[in-house]
Design a protein around this ligand. Sequence first.
Ligand SMILES: Cc1cc2nc3c(=O)[nH]c(=O)nc-3n(C[C@H](O)[C@H](O)[C@H](O)COP(=O)(O)OP(=O)(O)OC[C@H]3O[C@@H](n4cnc5c(N)ncnc54)[C@H](O)[C@@H]3O)c2cc1C
Length: 440
Amino acid sequence: MNNKTYHEPANNIPVYDECDILIVGGGSAGHSAAIAAARAGAKNIILMERYGYMGGDVTGGYVIMVPKLSWYEKSFVRGIQEEWFTRLAPIPNAVLGPDLSKIGKDDDDALLGVWARIHGCVSESEPKRLVRAVYYEPNQLKIEMDKMLLEHKDAIRVLCHVWATKPIMEGSEVKGVIFENKSGRQAALSKIVVDASGDGDAALKAGVPYWQTKGDERKRLNDCLMYKISGFDPDTKAQGCLIDETMVLWGPSPGPANGADADELTREEIKTRLSVYDDLQEKIKKNPDLAGSQIVETGALLGIRQTRFFEGVYAITGDDVLEGRVFEDSVAMGVNPIIHSFGYRRFLTHEGYDIPYRCLVPKKVDGLLIAGRCMSSDQLAYESWRAMAPIFAIGEAAGAAAAICAKDSINPRDIDVKKLQGVLLESGAEIGQSRQKQPD
Ligand SMILES: Cc1cc2nc3c(=O)[nH]c(=O)nc-3n(C[C@H](O)[C@H](O)[C@H](O)COP(=O)(O)OP(=O)(O)OC[C@H]3O[C@@H](n4cnc5c(N)ncnc54)[C@H](O)[C@@H]3O)c2cc1C
């Protein structure tokens, strides 16, 4: 980058509107936050999204597998994500995964044989059991996510093709966001802002301290370009996400790139896309039953797994995850393995851990909640809660919390957590504390 500076003259910009809750980013966290806020009674919500569709990584990034959703017979997905699956179920070829009533079964060899071909649907440990893992078709999901928002159109206004650029601050309190789109630069004022942008674009400029592993200076999750193929042998043993006679593969990685740096991201994204054909050739060498496959599509965006993590009142740790800690202010739970730092997928030896509300509340800045993959955490813990199911639940909790704060005119740090937990439980969310012990 050139090190010259340009002095931007001060000017007046139009106020697009005022609202109670403004959500930046319509990924799995932001979309859930908007729906949860509306269901908790908020009437004036704006949801801003950079692209023309919802979902972020889970639609545009082609991340279409929701793994490890059960512990023995118990499924942990509830709330808005379970609603995705029930909405997709009647649509032909929109969703794939073992039947909920069969989860945990270890005595039906035929059933286990059928699901063993689908990655993640049978346990890696012995005895083999049926595990709840769900695959979905991302274009159908985009449509369902739109429908869910439209069902709350009296409460939620969606603004796509918008880049939220800067929070509006009064002292240390966020009061809205400046954004840009084809119509120019505008301001949206809000009582509460939920930053669900994945990279924490609003939190960054609000001055919330953060940490980030930008390159390979420490262990971190790699980014990856997912792509879809067709024309393979339907009995292929290759590991991928099979759906609708196509398969989505975990594609090439750019190496440890800084996904929050536009120049670096551009360079790495192009480089990665150019290596997709070589990646498929490598996979064909390992799995000859993929021979003849064609690349149908590459993900609309390079899947960025991690960038900034913002300091909250509490940062969830690897110990919390490994010990299965229970927190008084739990608003979500995680059950997924820690996938990278140990050099193998370290599955949990208990039925899950709580995710405290304090991780969503920035340490020093008011009027702001942080939801999704940039929440307050250390690296180890993130490698577990980064999966979609917890991310959804975190978004849901942020939305319900924002609704309470806006209604009661209070700051997120002053919320009555019991009241928040009550709202979440009433809406059908899984908040962790009611867990039972491992079945015999
Ligand atoms: C390659 C890859 C593979 C993965 N595999 C799995 C898997 O198999 N199973 C699983 O459960 N999880 C998986 N994950 C993790 C999971 O998909 C993510 O952690 C989760 O989807 C993150 O959701 P999010 O809403 O926090 O962020 P994102 O999905 O990144 O959403 C952020 C949204 O904000 C928007 N946005 C960003 N900046 C702005 C701005 N300034 N203004 C307006 N909008 C903005 C973006 O366009 C995007 O829609 C994977 C992730 C990746 C990248």
